[in-house]
Write a protein that binds this ligand. Structure first.
Ligand code: FA5
Length: 320
């Protein structure tokens, strides 16, 4: 009896099995120990002492085995929990970090912050008024073409440029204004190493009395030197945007490179735009610019394909 009981408690690996063994051997009503105790009455008086001693020892041993089994299943052994404590410690998990574009955005905001620019935001789902109308883009203008925009419904679309934020900021506050805004924009462009259907722009806007192209150029030069280094050159090429007049394309050349690279557009805020938000173009003037964030990041880090930013390849991401 004792040997059978000990074996039952030792082999029990879960609480239910321990309890089953307890009931079989130590149960107060039908347990085998109880039955053995009953049999004590029938033992010849001469043998009773020896039988009693043997009985007590067995009972004690089984009770101890029960306690041990309970302790064992309550706190599973390392083997039962699948942990091998004899293995060497695992290597420290590698720390993640922010996406290169997030790092770039933070850096740009910091640089413009030092030039006195605050930060603005605007919605990615825009209405036709903020994306076109207030930006002096009339209804028949080709920039509104459904083939060049992601329309969601009749009056709503995914913004195609961060210039929408210029309007939202000026609607909210009177001049002077000095802000930058970074955000996603969407265009059904064909994807290639330098074009994506979703990318980021950093928009800048400064409106005050007496703002000129000279302020625009020196702001962008200070920014370019801060971001890419002292030896960077910037160049303005005449261009056209409905919301600026005059308008320029901003090119940059650096580190003795042999090629000017287009970074974005800029210009003096068109008087029609100032009027659309209730500013008086006879009182204030302003400049605005919009630069491609991916392009800036790619130039700085020598990234040759814009698709890398969204592939989520850790071998790429871990380099930043
Ligand atoms: C604009 O979007 C104007 N809103 C910029 C502007 C702002 C002009 C304020 C005047 C005043 P543009 O379409 O050229 O301009 O785009 C600006 C920059 O965004 C480009 O120079 C380029 O760096 C980036 N860009 C444009 N299309 C893509 C694309 N498909 N993928 C990645 N970057 C792009």
């Amino acid at each position: 009896l004792e040997a059978a009981g000990l074996a039952a408690f030792r082999s029990a690996e879960v609480t239910d099995a321990v309890e089953a063994a307890r009931i079989e051997f130590l149960g107060l009503k039908q347990g085998r120990i109880k039955a053995a105790q009953e049999r004590l009455k029938a033992v010849e008086p001469s043998d009773r002492k020896a039988y009693g001693q043997r009985f007590n020892a067995a009972k004690k041993a089984l009770e101890a085995a029960w306690e041990a089994a309970k302790a064992r299943v309550d706190r599973p052994s390392d083997a039962a929990s699948g942990i091998d404590v004899t293995l060497p410690g695992s290597p420290r998990p590698r720390l993640g970090h922010r996406h290169p574009l997030t790092q770039t955005a933070d850096e740009l905001i910091d640089l413009f912050g030092r030039l006195g620019f605050g930060v603005a935001r605007g919605p990615e789902v825009e209405d036709v008024f903020h994306n076109f109308e207030a930006l002096n883009i009339p209804p028949a203008h080709p920039a509104r073409d459904p083939a060049d925009n992601f329309y969601l419904s009749d009056g709503a679309l995914l913004r195609s440029q961060t210039s929408t934020i210029q309007i939202r900021v000026m609607e909210r506050q009177p001049p002077p204004v000095r802000i930058v805004a970074i955000g996603r924009v969407y265009r059904p462009d064909e994807v290639d190493p330098t074009h994506s259907f979703m990318f980021h722009q950093i928009e800048g806007l400064m409106v005050d009395r007496g703002i000129t192209m000279a302020h625009l150029k020196s702001t962008l030069r200070l920014f370019a030197e801060g971001y890419l280094g002292r030896d960077v050159k910037i160049r303005f090429r005449p261009s056209f945007f409905p919301f600026t007049e005059p308008s320029v394309e901003v090119d940059m050349l650096w580190h003795g490179g042999d090629r000017w690279v287009e970074m974005g557009g800029a210009g003096m805020v068109d008087p029609n735009v100032l009027r659309a938000v209730g500013y008086d173009p006879d009182e204030v003037t302003g400049f605005a610019f919009g630069l491609g964030v991916e392009r800036l990041c790619m130039r700085k880090h020598g990234i040759d394909d814009i698709r890398q930013f969204t592939l989520n390849d850790v071998r790429f991401l871990s380099q930043f």
